[in-house]
Structure formats: structure tokens, C-alpha cells
Design a protein around this ligand. Sequence first.
Ligand SMILES: [Zn+2]
Length: 334
Amino acid sequence: MRSVPWKMPLLGGYYLLSLPYRRWQMRRWCAEDRAPIVVLFYHRVADVDPVPWTIGTRRFAHQMEWLQERFDMVTLEEVQRRLREGNSRPAAHITFDDGYAENCEFAIPFLVERGIPCTYFVTLRNVTHQVPFPHDVKLGKQFPVNTMLELRNMADAGVEIGAHTRTHADLGKVKRRESLYDEIARAGEELEQLLGRDVRYFAFPFGLKTNIPREGFTIAREFGYRAVVSAYGGYNFPGDDPFHIQRVHGDPEMPRFQNAVSFDPRKMRVSRIEHDWECEAPAEPPKSHNDTADLHSQARPGASGVLPSQTMDSSAFESPLCGIGVSTSPNRSP
Ligand SMILES: [Zn+2]
């Protein structure tokens, strides 16, 4: 969604006026061990050829620095733990959807260098066949897609690679269970084999409630994903189902971004998708459905959930395909 210029000052004013209330509310939540957690989603971080799902490098860097000063930047695993056990501090997690190669030029090295954990959901066929995403083709764009080598390098650097179907289908329109299973489970299994490590999380394409069939939740659960993520907005409170993580858009406009991540009182009423099963996630992760060693788990953080800097290895980005190494300048050209 593009911004309407006159709305930004209004939103900025609303944010500032409601800030004292939000701070009071957050202190109360923290004292009661039920502080909400915000999980953001991004797509493409680049300075050229912007589309509605692009954010520039300077704005992305500013948002990450702003967050890091105010929030515990935690892994998705830690998000789940806090939902089960309680949360007494403002916390956030960063995710990306689809698999844009340009993210390797600035965004991912920037996060790795700063020790900010992220989960990176990729659509399998676009990676393996190196074809652009259908939503870009519709706009006449052909943005490059991550290669499997780039994804392996990211995983080596501590990035959690997640599944985002085989073809980026709108699963709300997929009627056959076999096709749903292929998009959700089989594609994840193949991604695991190609990566050589477990794929533990799944993101529904488009992520609105109409794009998320109930059957899809069941397949993901039975397959053994630790959690699925949506994208219709909403925060995550301790006591919520840790199998379903709600996400909000990492909007490029700073007032809208600040408003969203600071727990806008107006957005508290977003209703969560309900499930048939008991919402208590198992204390231990489901048994791996992959025979390969769980290398990714070994790279995960300790109980604090904040990824130790030593597990974020920026040298993984020095390969000719992913990389250009870490740059501290948000202005560098892709
Ligand atoms: Zn997507």
C-alpha cells in the first residue's frame, strides 16, 4: 500500500500523543510478564526500481537501529518460548518472505553484523528454477531470486531459512489436499534436503485470513513445522498459540512503522485464527522429519534468545554469489 502524504503527519501526531499511554501500558504488561511481541515481515530491501514491497537500504537500517535500541531482538524460537512462558521485556523478530537476491547485498549482511536474528522464508521453485516471482512479473519486473548457495551461506551465518510453498500459490484457493500437502510439506522437505538442514517454520503466501485454509494449518502441524506465520497484522501475547505467529508489515514509512511496532491500541483488536487442536505447543520441538543432522539447531541461541554475535558469521557472505560482504553504509548500491 502506498502512503498518502497528508496521512503521515497525522499518524505521527497520533503516535506521539498516544506514546505516554503506550509506555504506561507496556510497563504494566512487563510487570505482569505478559508483554506482547511484534514480528515484522519484509520482502525486498533495495534502492532501485521500488515496488510496493520494497524498502530502501537507508530506511531499513534506520528501522533496525531504532528497534535494536528499544527491543530485545530475538529468534523465532525465543518468540515461541516467551509466548509459552511469559515475557517481561519489549521484544521483536524480523522476517523476510519470498527470497529476493538483492537482500544479500545489504539487508542480510547488515543484520548478521549486528547480531539481529531473522527468519527468511523462500519459495522453492523460484529458487531452484531461478525464475522471478509472479507478483513481480505482473508489474513487468524480473527481480533476481536467491540461489541455493546464497541460502546455505545465510544459514551458515545464523539466518533461519523457512519455507514459503513451492509456487507461491494462494493456498486459500487450493482445493485439493494433495496440492496443499505438496505446497506446504513436500516443498519444505525438498528445501531441507537442498539446504542440508532442518526447515522449521512456514509462512503462508499473502498471509491474510482468506489465504490461510484450516487444512493448511493441520498439514503444517502434522508435517512437523514448529510454527506457521501469517501476515494480516496483530501482535503475539504470552498465552497465545505459539504454533501460529502473527506478523505486521515492516512499512517503509517511519511514522507507520513506529506506530505499528509500538503496539497501536487500535490494532489490539485483531482476532487470531482459531484452531481445532489444543493450543499448547509441545515443550520440546517435534521430532525432526529430516535425517540430516540438525546443524541449524546447533547454531541457535541459548536461553536468552538473543543470537550471540559469534553465531552470526559474516564471512559466509564473502562467496562470489552472495556476496559482497558486510557494508555499514546503507547507501551502497546493490
Ligand atoms: Zn510471499
